[in-house]
Design a protein around this ligand. Structure first.
Ligand code: FES
Ligand code: MG
Length: 568
């Protein structure tokens, strides 16, 4: 093996090498600093990120694997983002977590890294970091939780919270029953068990080639996860020896495979901003339209909530990611390599469906065309997305009068007002929720239906927003509208009563109005965030649009692992 990066700290007999070694010894074996790869375990375990709180145990297995292969494991706690708790939205901190992890990997004597994530933003942030520092890296996804049940019925994390709370608002479920279900929702360690963002990004990390094949989707409490974690620790030492880096793996071919997987799995719309941001870090060309051109005609094969019925434990039992990818093998790019050094198409070789209720065969898909559709029109000149698989088919072609809300607060204040002029055909428009407008681009696009419409038995309406939607949500929702209203996009100029036309087949979203002739709505402008200092200020000043991944402009790209200067 050529000289290790960490040798820049540890090799030689000068004062600095002495300092670096002496402070790190603390019981390490005598040969720890003479040619053994130093492997960071970028660990997003945190009690405030409950979906990742078991990652310390996973890290122990990774450590054993690293030792066994001759490396030296080093726990590196990283910024952790708990989707349910962090305000105003965990997405505000994704780029910060990525930046912090990138800088700490570069600043330290590290030759390779194992990335431990789970909850929604944690895997994307770590992949962005690893791509920008470009050290040999492997992801160990923390895995989904087991299925909880309430009165004999499985509960899907997130998805069923939305569903049950709508039932309460519609008057078909008592508040007591709703609260009684709370303690059944989270059955075990692990992340959300629906095909939300966490499940999606774990599976896509493997589809990108960044996970030891066969690992993503193993439930968090399953002992096989620890075995794979051990193997991943061994493999990362090998990656260092071979100098196989994220830039070798995260090629356009790899992103093509991830987009095919995203469609076949019925994955979260959040994957769009995450994959775009990761590609931006590596410098791999990837555009919003690629999601449509590569993914739109891929069939939906996985019957998981929120688009379908089952949960992640079922997917694993039914054959998991490899069984799904095997069905769409002809759509995969044979060039894309994984961390194993072998192409993804070879790694899925033994994939097999064991329950065709959960994973459908190519011959009988749930939907023939499942990918994310990219819409354009005078309302979204830079693009907007919709996930047709989670939408009501009849609403995919729809015309209705806009009911416009200028902020989330405005929406909450008026949505259930009995005098609100709204019916089932109205198009609910919520703006000021893009990356800059409501810093972080919250998951509010699936705004609740007005109570008076709900009481008529209506369960879906066309909604349009420049924000995101939870990966566990569903509905006919046009999201990530770009440019966002806060930057003066046409969305800022729509008015209540304008006729909005959605035509997903033609990939159009238009308003019958001369939007250019109008000024942005003052009430919307007044509601925008105006941070004066700190991260939020940096974020609002530099964040890019959703159509390119909502990274900070100055973080796009990579700096590699070089550090110019010594510390003393
Ligand atoms: Fe962590 Fe859903 S809240 S994955
Ligand atoms: Mg979420």
């Amino acid at each position: 093996m050529s000289e290790l990066r960490s040798a820049q700290w540890y090799a030689g007999n000068d004062r600095n090498a002495y300092i670096h070694r002496a402070w790190m010894r603390r019981g390490a074996p005598p040969d720890a600093f003479t040619g053994r790869p130093q492997i960071a375990i970028a660990n997003s375990a945190s009690d405030l990120t409950p979906c990742n709180s078991h990652l310390n145990e996973v890290a122990e297995s990774v450590k054993q694997g690293i030792w066994a292969a001759g490396g030296v494991p080093l726990n590196l706690p990283v910024v952790s983002l708990g989707e349910t708790l962090v305000r105003p939205t965990a997405m505000l901190w994704r780029n910060m977590a990525a930046m912090a992890a990138e800088e700490m990997l570069r600043a330290n004597p590290v030759d390779g890294v194992v990335l431990l994530g789970g909850c929604d933003k944690t895997i994307p942030a770590l992949l962005m970091a690893a791509a920008s520092v470009d050290l040999p890296a492997i992801v160990v996804p923390g895995g989904p939780m087991l299925t909880g049940t309430f009165r004999g019925v499985p509960l899907g994390c997130g998805t069923d919270v939305w569903r049950l709370s709508e039932e309460v608002r519609a008057g078909t479920l008592s508040e007591k029953d709703f609260i009684d279900s709370e303690s059944s929702m989270i059955r075990s360690r692990g992340h959300c068990n629906t095909m939300g963002t966490a499940s999606t990004m774990g599976l896509l990390a493997e589809s990108l080639g960044m996970v030891l094949p066969g690992t993503a989707g193993i439930p968090a409490p399953d002992s096989r996860l620890l075995a794979r974690a051990h193997e991943s620790g061994r493999l990362v030492v090998d990656l260092v020896e071979k100098q196989r880096k994220p830039s070798d793996i995260l090629t356009r071919s790899a992103f093509r495979n991830a987009i095919v997987a995203l469609a076949a799995l019925g994955g979260s719309t959040n994957a769009v901003v995450h994959l775009l941001a990761i590609a931006g870090r590596v410098g791999t060309p990837l555009a919003l339209d690629d999601f449509d051109s590569i993914g739109a005609d891929v069939p939906l094969l996985v019957d998981l909530q929120p688009a379908g019925r089952h949960l992640m434990e079922d997917l694993h039992r039914a054959g998991g990611l490899h069984a799904v990818l095997q069905e769409v093998r002809d759509l995969l790019d044979p060039e894309a390599l994984t961390v194993s050094g072998r192409p993804l198409v070879d790694e899925i070789g033994t994939g097999q469906i064991f329950d065709d209720e959960v994973i459908r065969s190519r011959a009988s898909p749930l939907k023939p065309h499942a990918g994310i559709a990219v819409l354009r029109g005078n309302l979204a000149p830079d693009g907007a997305i919709i996930k047709p698989a989670a939408a009501t088919p009849e609403l995919l072609t729809h015309q209705g009068r806009a009911v416009v809300f200028d902020s989330v607060e405005d929406m909450h204040a008026r949505i259930d007002d009995p005098t609100l002029d709204v019916d089932a055909d109205s198009v609910l428009v919520l703006r000021g929720c893009g990356p800059k407008g409501y810093p972080g681009m919250p998951e509010v696009a699936n705004l609740p239906l007005p109570e008076k419409v709900l009481r008529q038995g209506v369960r879906d309406m066309v909604r349009v927003c420049d924000g995101r939607m939870s990966g566990t949500a569903y509905g006919t929702v046009v999201l990530h509208v770009a440019p966002e209203a806060a930057t003066g996009g046409p969305l800022a100029r729509v008015r209540t009563g304008d006729v909005v036309t959605l035509d997903v087949a033609r990939r159009r979203i238009d308003v019958q109005a001369d939007l250019d002739a109008r000024e942005p709505a003052p009430a919307m402008l007044a509601a925008l965030a105006e941070p004066r200092r700190g991260w939020e200020k940096l974020y609002v000043d530099t964040v890019l649009g959703a159509d390119t991944g909502a990274d900070l402009g100055f973080l796009v790209g990579a700096s590699g692992d070089r550090v110019a200067r010594e510390s003393h």
